[in-house]
Ligand binder design. Structure first.
Ligand code: C2O
Ligand code: CU
Length: 484
């Protein structure tokens, strides 16, 4: 059995050689590419009903809190779609507040722009009492999720999140699969939601929660088959928390990042900011034994979940992770790519921004989407300075099918998980050689880090580009990229 210690040694060796192997080494990702091909042509119907549903989650210590969820009876619905299948979604907005409009963004899915669910930008939002719909064929396999795209700190804070899993990437099916959604809650000692966002938080690392949870439990316990290969889809769906997760004293491999299969990585842990996902293959413990799943990024490591082995052992062979099939992504032409710098900074003043023009557009913008404060900027543009009526200029204009290299520069002492809608980034190199090349829709920029991310211009349209620490996004670190 490989222990965490040995893995750490392995990881150290890895980072030592990383400088050489990490420069534009995209080939490693593609080395054993087996292409996932569509397996279904059916249509799946999904109904979501956004509403307040008070619940006493196990992590709430006996208190009942007014959650907002997508479906009756499930904290985070898990929608499963087969590759090639069309997903037809009807959603009703039953949120309990006048003017609390909604739209649904399908995080990480490379779908047409008009299905992307950004209010005013790609669609008119849906008012309480009304319905909306989406229809698309998800083009890629993997672990994705969906959420609203306005007043997001409150919506995330109340639990309005769902997982969408596109199946069809497994060469060898695992013995079992588990979905873990990690999210903190901001709850007062007497069991009330605390303000979902604060200026102090928004100006720093984000407004932190007070209760940790996986799937609504302070420590989630999974009964798993013994000595089996199980797939763990781990999601960081918190609004602000950076985590670094791994299994204690166990054999495991990272098999996908943000849904994208890659040559399995034998790393002891993986760092994830909000909205980032990682898939592990884990060899479970022998009968009666337990493996702990830990967040090492906290001051004291926190046990997020336990995998308790039950029943006779499933496997006796050595643990080998079979790579997942991956999608035929357009390859970034590194030699011809145009470089575009993106500088993520704090704003000079942090001062309030100009009043919005509420009347001219005929659309009430109110305080819903845009906090009237800016602490953060991308290329010196802070999003709340622009109304939705006048989007202002895009941060960049890409040609569909052309290659680009985004030179992402973090000039702040904070981490920022940077997310692009409708595209997948190919992480090529970093000033801090700690991550191997991989594909991702959300990439964590560490303090003062600089990352080169390749991207091929996707479907035409306006695609949001923002930090996924919701406090940062709502306080300026957001913009859009136009593909023509
Ligand atoms: Cu989950 Cu605009 O993103
Ligand atoms: Cu940020």
């Amino acid at each position: 059995m490989v222990t965490r210690r040995e893995l750490l040694v392995g990881a150290a060796a890895f980072s030592g050689s990383a400088a050489a192997s990490f420069a534009f080494g995209g080939q490693k990702v593609a080395a054993r590419e087996i292409i996932a091909t569509p397996i279904a042509h059916d249509t799946k119907n999904l109904f979501l009903d956004l509403a307040e549903r008070p619940a006493a989650l196990p992590c709430f210590n006996g208190h009942t809190l007014p959650l907002w969820t997508f479906q009756e009876g499930s904290l985070y619905p898990i929608v499963r779609v087969k590759l090639g299948e069309r997903l037809d979604t009807v959603f009703k907005n039953d949120l309990p507040r006048a003017g609390e409009y909604a739209s649904i963004h399908w995080h990480g899915l490379r779908i047409p722009n008009d299905q992307d669910g950004v209010p005013f930008m790609t669609q008119q939002p849906v008012e309480p009492g009304s319905q909306g719909s989406y229809s698309f064929v998800p083009p890629d396999t993997g672990s994705f999720f969906f959420h609203t795209h306005c007043n997001t700190s409150e919506h995330f804070g109340r639990g309005l999140i769902g997982a969408i899993i596109i199946e069809g990437d497994e060469v060898e099916p695992p013995d079992a699969e588990y979905v873990l959604m990690m999210k903190d809650w901001r709850v007062s000692p007497d069991g009330k939601f605390l303000p979902f966002t604060t200026d102090e938080g928004a100006a720093k690392a984000g407004t932190p929660g007070t209760i940790r949870s996986v799937n609504g439990e302070s420590k989630a316990v999974f009964k798993v088959p013994s000595s089996a290969n199980v797939r763990i889809r781990f999601y960081n769906v918190d609004a602000t928390r950076i985590s670094e997760v791994g299994f204690e004293d166990a054999e495991s491999a990272i098999i996908a990042i943000d849904g994208n299969g890659l040559e399995p990585l034998l790393l002891p842990s993986w760092r994830l900011g909000p909205a980032m996902r990682v898939d592990f293959l884990l060899r479970t413990a022998p009968p009666g034994k337990t493996i702990r799943f830990v967040d090492y990024f906290a001051k004291e490591p926190v046990v997020l979940a336990e995998f308790v082995s039950e029943g006779p052992p499933k496997r006796t062979d050595a643990f080998v992770a079979t790579p997942l099939k991956v999608m035929p992504f357009p390859k970034v032409d590194v030699a011809k790519a145009q470089h575009i710098p993106f500088i993520f900074s704090a704003t000079a003043t942090g001062a309030a921004i100009a009043e919005f023009d509420k009347n001219a557009s005929g659309i009430h913008i109110g305080s819903l989407c845009l906090a009237k404060r800016t602490f953060w900027a991308i290329n010196k543009q802070a999003w709340p300075g622009m109304t939705h009526k006048d989007l202002g200029p895009p941060l960049a204009v890409l040609k569909s099918g052309r290659s680009y290299i985004f030179d992402l520069q973090n000039t702040t002492p904070n981490s920022h998980p940077i997310h692009i809608h409708g595209h997948t980034l190919e992480i090529l190199s970093s000033s801090m050689p700690h991550v191997p090349p991989h594909r991702a829709d959300t990439v964590l920029l560490r303090p003062n880090e600089r990352i080169q991310a390749g991207v091929v211009g996707g479907a035409p349209g306006k695609w949001m580009f923002h930090c996924h620490i919701i406090d940062h996004q709502e306080a300026g670190m957001m913009g859009y990229i136009e593909v023509v």
